[in-house]
Design a protein around this ligand. Sequence first.
Ligand code: NAI
Length: 332
Amino acid sequence: MQAVLIEGDGIGPEVTAAACRVVEAAGARIDWVKAPAGLDAAERLGDPLPDETLEMIRRYRVALKGPCTTPVGKGFRSINVRLRKELDLFASVRPVNTLPGVKTPYDRVNLVVVRENTEGLYAGLEHEVVPGVVESVRLITKPAAERIVRFAFELARNGGRRRVTFCHKADVMRLSDGLFLECARAVADEFPFIAYDEKPIDNLCLELAADPSVFDVLVMENLFGDVISDLCAGLVGGLGVVPGANLGGRYAVFEAVHGSAPDIAGKGLANPIAVIRSAAMMLEHMGYRPAAEQVERAVARTLEAGVGLTRDLGGDGTTATLTEQIVRHLGA
Ligand code: NAI
């Protein structure tokens, strides 16, 4: 089976190489088709997200992607935002669960953040009104709002989850989140067998800090989802361990929550677990469930054993030592 591989920038090539090694060791026969994206593609091909890369994903339907650097405030638009819009990857899914051996103030965390990926403040609708005054449009449309909430309920139903929480700020953004809230309530009525509740986004942050184990599926708009995903990663061990997927009706791009980590790039210090677990999500999506479960188990056993872990996990190992440990535990 073929799948597209985007190595990305910074630590991207290091962590995606680790993921490919683990996938191969798990016995899943993936024929990786490398596609350019990121700073290197911008320099060599004049476009950080070349058409050929989009074409490859359209052809093979699935991709594993390393993080891509986006220069702040100038230069090209975020590759990730473009990729999600071009391929209509409307749902970002980040499973956040307590991992064995990873010390955090919380245990029994097992939630999923579902983020709307195409609209909100990340729709890219910004303009300068007059010098010194800029406006960003927070776009919310009924079809996209209903689609993401329905996706969250279907994910809950198919994954044996019991509750969906819609997160918003409708008391302040009365029109935009007002519409989103209305859509969420209408879709919730279609799923009477799954509990539904609503949470203002600031309350959600407070409650996540107090006891994240009470949440199940969280669904929200783009900017809130971006922030909450990182916050939730912090609850269970940090950006190095949380996987992710960007899913649409046709295509799926799997990637970690973290970025290209320029501060540690090229030093062999990056934790590959987030991308390895993203690859496991990809395997599951492609129908290789046993291999996906095997990878998840090997990651859990490696963390439990606590040998060869990278610095972000309190160890003194490297990307290579951690990858080797995961491979070793695959057969255990
Ligand atoms: P970042 O996630 O790259 O790094 C934040 C901190 O976490 C850094 O201290 C970094 O060393 C650490 N970190 C991240 N991943 C790690 C890993 N696997 N192992 C160990 N430590 C890790 O976020 P930052 O610095 O805000 O962004 C850097 C660049 O990445 C920016 O250009 C940003 O636009 C881009 N980015 C790309 C994403 C993507 O392609 N999906 C997502 C987030 C950011």
